[in-house]
Each structure stands twice: as structure tokens, then as C-alpha cells.
Design a protein around this ligand. Structure first.
Ligand code: GDP
Length: 526
């Protein structure tokens, strides 16, 4: 019989952080290809012709309904069970994207090697760093003309403040991309172009001094030897402890489109990334191997499809075991609920889960009683911490079409903010309602839900707000003085927390300088 400890040791739960277009979707596809194919080694790996393997894969995709648009994907790899949590990007970027990073044990950072470190990656790294999440790096698009690999690593170190330890090293680039040298395995793995849909039968050449190398790589062989010598002297060696502390990232090079290097990265992930980690719940820390079930909600997905009015709450299991039909305590409201229809998102359509373990994500149907940050247990009185609100970056004033519906609008906005769909701020100086989000789509979702669920038609107006900060101080007197002085810029958020609304970043900076006794926070815990 399998124990909870066995199941915990097997699991790796991670998310991808990247700037739009760096290749997250393509990598996800390839990762699933490896995940599925390894289970089905006979059907995909054995085929000699690439064409066959490709159609097998597409059949499998159809059969299993694997869709890379799903929110949570679970697949086996190298005797481990990997959970990949999707972090929505582009237009559907939202606070959920940030919060998803609070529910993983490690992250894969994907960088477009022609571009280097980009904005969104910097922001997401900031969030990953809040919990010192271990980061694995994949330098993508080696089949293109990329920037100098040393320069890329320098940029990661300087901008993201994390040391880089190359695990593989590229040989050539663009049309001349030959493959990589694996520093730890001391082997060259060659790249073939045009094999992006299959698992490549790469040629592996053992040993840097192997004369075979000169035959295969030509002039690149000598260059590689020189570079490796240089790396041995100048690059950081991989250090597991520093990696687990979030201070050092192993770096892989490859091309997701060409399906090359993704497996090297996955090998690193299953070998080094942590199994489901313990989690703080106030004064206690809950270990993944504790026998009683406990978990927290990090994301609530509203269905935009009017035929599916339900919302799904995503719960990360922290400890114990979920079994279909079990009773769970919804700690915040103090109620026991029987959960017989938790969802998994493995297949394109949702299917019911029989059992789930720490590191796994299950979906709970939510009819309005579940909020972001809620804890579910088997009766223990716990409240997990560390699921924050993030200072919004986009702001709108919200106005009613029908002024008589103010009450409904306020009620709707309060509930939607508790659920984490959007944030609401009420300035002290007037009766405006300001909504704040980190992604544009959040505004559309909220307008739509106000209309269907609360029967209010609201419109947005632009407002000149650059950012918001939650303000705190232990000194009541100073806080009162601050309230007077900064009155025009203060507001209360959806849970009545004091917030500073800054029209410009310069204004915020001045306020911080003027009021050194106040703490201005970018995040606030639920
Ligand atoms: P996402 O926005 O991060 O999900 O990026 P996508 O996976 O959608 O990739 C963005 C674009 O880059 C697409 O046109 C991909 O085909 C392309 N792309 C992704 N990986 C590679 C790669 O390794 N090499 C090349 N040349 N293009 C790639």
C-alpha cells in the first residue's frame, strides 16, 4: 500500500514564469509530450519515422483530450508525478497569475535568448521570491540567432539577482545550432532540426576529449573545449542548497520549438526541485506528510461562458489525502461540507478525482461561499498564510448606468473583491468607487459578472492613478496624523484596510519620504 510519504516524495509541483512569446505554451506542449510519451514509451519512442510518432501523439492528444489551455496538468516523468500549474499570460494575465506562484514548490523560468530578461519575468520573479521558490532556467530559441550565452547569464544575475549555474552549454546557434554539452554528465547531445514533434533519438557523445566530437562538430569541437574550460573557472558550480534557497538557478539551453533540451530541464526538475513543502498556518507549520487533509484556495476561476455559471475554486493540497466523498471543514465559515465532485483538469473536459495528495490541485465547485485564501481541513482549526493580494497596476473609476442601483453595485464589488476577482478602493474624500487589477481582462470579467450575477450595468472611466499601497503603522498617534495629512490620497479597500492611492510613482516616493514611520506595502495577506 502506498503511504502519504511515498506520494509526497513522488510529486513535483511547478509553474512557468516568462514574458509573453518567450515560449511558455510551446514548452508546455513538449513537456506533456515527454510526460505522456514516457508512459507510452512503446508507441512513441519505438517508432523510427518522425511522421508516425507525430500522428500517434495527435491521436493521444485527441483520446485524452489534453489541451494546453487547461489550468493544471499532471503527468508522470521519470517515476515522478509532475503537476504543472498554468500561469495565464497575455490578455488573461491577472492576480490569479501571481497567486498561482504561491501554490507551487518550484518555477521554471523561460527566457527568449534573443531578447534576454523582459518585464513580465521580472515581476513574476518578484512574486516567486516572496517564498524563496527554487527556480530552474531554460534559455529558449537556440535555433535562432541569440545573444551571447555569457551575456544572457550576466543579465539574469544582474537584473534578477540570482546566481546562474549552467548545466548545459550550447554549441553554435541559429542555423548552426549543433546541440549542447551537459556539464554534469560530461556528454555532448546533438541537435537535429525539424524533429520538434517527436522525442529525438539524439546522438550522445561521451567525454569532451572524445575524438568522435571533432568529426561531428568540426571546428565547434575546439571552441567548445575552450568554453568549457572557461566555464570551469568562471561559472558557478551547481549547488543544491543554494538552489533550494532560491539563490542559484540551474541554466539549460535549447529550443522548445525544436523539442531540444526540454528533457534535460525536466531531468533537473525531478532530481532537484523540492517535493511538496510544509506550509505555515499561523503559529504552526503543516508538514506535507501529516495524515489529515489540509489545503488552501489560491485561485477562483469565473467561467466567462454564460452556459456555465459555476465558478471553480482551485485548492492546493498541503497535507493528507483527498478521497472522493469525504467531509471537509471550511474553516473560515466553520462548516463541514461533503465533497463528492472535486475536479481535476487533466483532460480538456473536467473529470472527477477519486483521490489526490499533497502537491496536487483539486477544483471545488463554488457557489459563492469560497474566497481566495480559504483553508479546508479534516476538522483541524488551521488558517494557511501567504496567499496575498497584490498592489494593482491598472485602475478605473466604476460608474452605474442606473444610479438607483448603488447598493447592488457595492454589494457585488465587495463580494467580487473578497473572492479575489478584482480589488475595490473607496477614497475618503468622495464617493467614487475605484477598481484595481493587474490585468485588463479582470475589468471585463467584473463588468460581465456584475451584470449577470448582480443585475447591475456598470461602465468604467479612466482615472489617473498609478499605483496603490497598503499603509500600516504600530504607532496609533502617528497613524492618525498621517490620516489627516494624506487624507486626499487615502482610501479603504474591500476589507477596510487603509490604502494610499498614488497618482504618480513620484508622488508615492515623496509620500514615503515624508512619512518614514508608515509602512507602505505592495502586498496584503488574505
Ligand atoms: P508564450 O506566449 O510564452 O506561450 O509563447 P509561445 O509558446 O506561444 O511561443 C511564441 C512564439 O515563439 C510562437 O510563434 C512559437 O512558435 C515561437 N517559439 C517558441 N519556442 C521557439 C523556439 O525554440 N524557436 C523558435 N524559433 N521559435 C519558438
Amino acid at each position: 500500500m502506498t503511504t502519504i510519504a511515498d506520494e509526497v516524495a513522488k510529486r513535483r509541483t511547478f509553474a512557468i514564469i516568462s514574458h509573453p512569446d518567450a515560449g511558455k505554451t510551446t514548452i508546455t506542449e513538449k513537456v506533456l509530450l515527454f510526460g505522456r510519451a514516457i508512459q507510452q514509451a512503446g508507441t512513441v519512442k519505438g517508432k523510427k519515422s518522425g511522421q508516425h510518432a507525430k500522428s500517434d501523439w495527435m491521436e493521444m492528444e485527441k483520446e485524452r483530450g489534453i489541451s494546453i489551455t487547461t489550468s493544471v496538468m499532471q503527468f508522470p516523468y521519470a517515476e515522478k508525478l509532475v503537476n504543472l500549474l498554468d500561469t495565464p499570460g497575455h490578455e488573461d494575465f491577472s492576480e490569479d497569475t501571481y497567486r498561482t506562484l504561491t501554490a507551487v514548490d518550484s518555477c521554471l523560468m523561460v527566457i527568449d535568448s534573443a531578447k534576454g530578461v523582459e518585464d513580465r519575468t521580472i515581476k513574476l520573479m518578484d512574486v516567486a521570491r516572496m517564498r524563496e521558490t527554487p527556480i530552474i532556467t531554460f534559455m529558449n530559441k537556440l535555433d535562432r540567432d541569440i545573444r551571447d550565452p555569457i551575456e544572457l547569464m550576466d543579465e539574469v544575475e544582474n537584473i534578477l539577482k540570482i546566481s546562474c549555474a549552467p548545466i548545459t552549454w550550447p554549441i553554435g546557434m541559429g542555423k548552426e545550432f549543433k546541440g549542447v554539452y551537459h556539464l554534469l554528465r560530461d556528454e555532448v547531445i546533438t541537435y537535429q532540426s525539424g524533429m520538434g514533434h517527436t522525442i529525438q533519438d539524439s546522438r550522445i557523445i561521451k567525454g569532451l576529449d572524445n575524438p568522435e566530437l571533432d568529426g561531428v562538430l568540426g571546428e565547434y569541437a575546439e571552441e567548445l573545449r575552450e568554453q568549457v574550460e572557461l566555464l570551469a573557472a568562471a561559472a558557478n558550480p551547481f549547488d543544491l542548497e543554494e538552489f533550494l534557497a532560491g539563490q542559484l538557478t540551474p541554466v539549460y539551453f535549447g529550443t522548445a520549438l525544436g523539442n531540444f533540451g526540454v528533457d534535460h530541464m525536466l531531468d533537473g526538475l525531478v532530481d532537484w526541485a523540492p517535493a511538496p513543502q510544509p506550509r505555515d498556518a499561523g503559529d504552526v507549520t503543516v508538514d506535507a506528510t501529516s495524515k489529515d487533509l489540509a489545503g488552501f484556495v489560491f485561485k477562483i476561476q469565473a467561467n466567462m461562458d454564460p452556459n456555465h455559471r459555476d465558478r471553480v475554486a482551485f485548492m492546493r493540497i498541503v497535507s493528507g489525502k483527498y478521497e472522493k466523498g469525504m467531509k471537509m471543514r471550511h474553516v473560515r465559515i466553520g462548516k463541514d461540507v461533503r465533497i463528492s465532485d472535486a475536479l481535476t483538469f487533466l483532460a480538456g473536459d473536467r473529470s472527477a478525482v477519486e483521490e489526490a495528495y499533497p502537491g496536487d490541485i483539486i477544483g471545488l465547485h463554488n457557489h459563492g461561499t469560497i474566497q481566495i485564501g480559504d483553508t479546508f481541513t479534516q476538522g483541524q482549526e488551521l488558517k494557511f498564510s501567504g496567499i496575498p493580494n497584490f498592489a494593482p497596476e491598472l485602475f478605473r473609476r466604476i460608474r452605474l448606468k442606473d444610479p438607483l442601483k448603488t447598493k447592488q453595485l457595492q454589494k457585488g464589488l465587495m463580494q467580487l473583491s473578497e473572492e479575489g476577482a478584482v480589488q475595490v478602493f473607496r477614497p475618503m474624500k468622495n464617493n467614487d468607487l475605484i477598481v484595481g487589477a493587474v490585468g485588463m481582462l479582470q475589468f471585463d470579467v467584473v463588468a460581465q459578472r456584475l451584470k449577470t450575477e448582480y443585475k447591475v450595468e456598470a461602465v468604467y472611466e479612466p482615472i489617473s492613478v498609478a499605483t496603490a499601497r497598503w499603509v500600516e503603522s504600530d504607532d496609533e498617534r502617528k497613524l492618525a496624523a498621517f490620516r489627516d495629512k494624506a487624507y486626499d490620497n487615502l482610501a479603504l479597500d474591500g476589507s477596510d484596510n487603509l490604502t494610499y492611492i498614488a497618482p504618480t510613482m513620484v508622488n508615492l516616493q515623496m509620500a514615503q519620504e515624508r512619512h518614514p514611520d508608515m509602512t507602505f506595502r505592495k502586498t496584503r495577506e488574505h
